[in-house]
Design a protein around this ligand. Structure first.
Ligand SMILES: Cc1ncc(COP(=O)(O)O)c(C=O)c1O
Length: 446
């Protein structure tokens, strides 16, 4: 297979820059703009910009495109749906596809108990609704979230999110009754190496944390990402999660797992929960659920989901017919193409390359992630672990110049992450990894 990257102009080229100029005059600058390119076309893991540059996409619309850009099954399903019904408002009239998406999610998500699914538009809205349901069902006000967490940009989403810049600064006051617990970030744990295993898995750890945080009897739910997305692709230690789940059950606290970024094969299993044998009370999904159409879901125990009075949940667009058609098509593709297995295969290939790069580049302090949700944490010095934020941005810029769209992440802005479509062809993946390595060479001078 010949290279897919074709660089026709500098990137961003003149036509992209002209759109950026119009953008700056028409769109608030608060909406980030990490690449500066404007796209005209995309297919699987390849994107084309207005200047005719063809790039490889390791960003996947921030984790939305596990089944690739414009998956043919999605395109056909949405086209067909356009001829029948584009909107009804599910609170007014039902349509079968909403019910079918709910049935599929009830069946696919962890646990064989009876479930219900609510459909909404965005991940943040899914999290908001999970919190509403948890509070209603338990009659308790408090919610525990974690350091490094990201749960969205609504007021409650910001309250649950940890990082001030750029998500929270200047936007307060935030929703009350949110308490923040330490996340098992083993690479940066102060006691790393001082003991075997994660300190958060030790007996009594969570009891001690809650003793100084909030009365467990007041806590409706713990909201958690099992691999933190925007906070740096940090994988929760399984012992810590087990101990936390035991503590939650013992205290009548619901576990809400945010699988918005981790879901649908990204971690090499359908859900990150499957790595932990964890059955959450409520699970929130979005992003790759509908392959680019706006759709999110809260799926949970029937008795919790049904606790809320009629009219307490919903919204004008939630579970829009076009998004439901897309989700059903995407879930079929994921089933047929065994997307979780693809996550594992793609992840193994990237990890082998990352491990080799870590031997070559001393700036790589940590290689981590589950399945294909992989990242490199960059440091100025492997002993001090001082975050190398500027280097991370330079590598991202060098990659873009060479035709690779790449995302960074992390509380300290020093993590390079991969969210390539899991349907990527292997030569395309390898070509993208070659560019990433070339970007490291250019940025580090190694
Ligand atoms: C883990 C996680 N939770 C919540 C959200 C918010 O989703 P949305 O941007 O669809 O509101 C995101 C988005 O990046 C996410 O990664």
């Amino acid at each position: 297979m010949s290279p897919v990257i074709a660089v026709a102009t500098e990137i961003p080229g003149p036509k992209s820059r002209a759109i950026q100029t119009r953008r700056a005059a028409a769109v608030p600058k608060g909406v980030a703009n990490s690449s500066g390119i404007a796209l005209t076309h995309a297919e699987n893991a390849v994107i084309t910009d207005v200047d005719g540059n063809r790039l490889i996409d390791f960003a996947g619309g921030i984790g939305v495109l596990n089944a690739g850009h414009r998956n043919p099954a999605l395109v056909d399903a949405v086209r067909a749906q356009l001829d029948h019904l584009t909107h009804a408002c599910f609170a007014v009239s039902s349509y079968e596809s909403y019910v079918a998406v709910a049935e599929r999610l009830n069946q696919l998500t962890p646990g064989r108990h009876e479930k219900r699914t609510l459909l909404v538009n965005t991940g943040a809205e899914g999290i908001e609704n999970a919190v509403k349901i948890a509070r209603y069902a338990t009659g308790r006000p408090a919610i525990v979230a974690f350091e490094h967490a990201f749960h969205g940009r609504t007021n409650l989403g910001m309250a649950l999110t940890a990082k001030p810049m750029p998500y929270k600064k200047g936007f307060g006051p935030f929703a009350p009754e949110i308490y923040r617990a330490p996340y098992p970030y083993c690479y940066r744990c102060p006691s790393a190496g001082a003991q075997s295993g994660c300190c958060q898995a030790a007996p009594g750890y969570w009891e001690r944390i809650f003793a100084g945080l909030v009365d467990p009897g007041q806590v409706a739910a713990i909201v958690m990402e099992l691999e933190i997305g925007e906070g740096g692709f940090i994988v929760a230690d399984p012992g810590s999660v087990r101990a936390l789940a035991t503590f939650a059950r013992a205290n009548g606290i619901l576990l809400v797992i945010d699988e918005i970024q981790t879901g649908f094969g990204r971690t090499g299993k359908l859900f990150a929960c499957d790595h932990y044998d964890l059955v959450p009370d409520l699970i929130v999904t979005a992003k790759s659920l509908a392959g680019g159409l706006p759709l999110a879901a809260v799926t949970g125990r029937a008795e919790l989901m049904d606790a809320v009075h009629v009219g307490g949940l919903g919204g004008t667009y939630g579970g829009n017919p076009l998004a439901c058609a897309a989700a059903l098509a995407i879930m079929d593709v994921m089933d047929k193409e065994r997307i979780a297995d693809r996550g594992r295969v793609v992840g193994d290939r990237i990890r082998a390359r990352f491990d080799a790069m870590a031997r070559r580049f001393p700036a790589i302090g940590d290689v981590r992630g589950l399945g294909a949700m992989l990242a490199l944490e960059l440091v100025k010095d492997r002993t001090t672990k001082e975050p190398a934020k500027e280097l991370t941005s330079r590598i991202q810029a060098e990659a873009l110049k060479r035709g690779l769209l790449l995302l960074t992440t992390g509380t300290y802005g020093n993590v390079i992450r991969v969210l390539v479509p899991l349907t990527v062809e292997e030569p395309v993946l390898d070509e993208g990894l070659d560019v990433l390595e070339a970007a490291f060479v250019a940025a580090t001078g190694a």
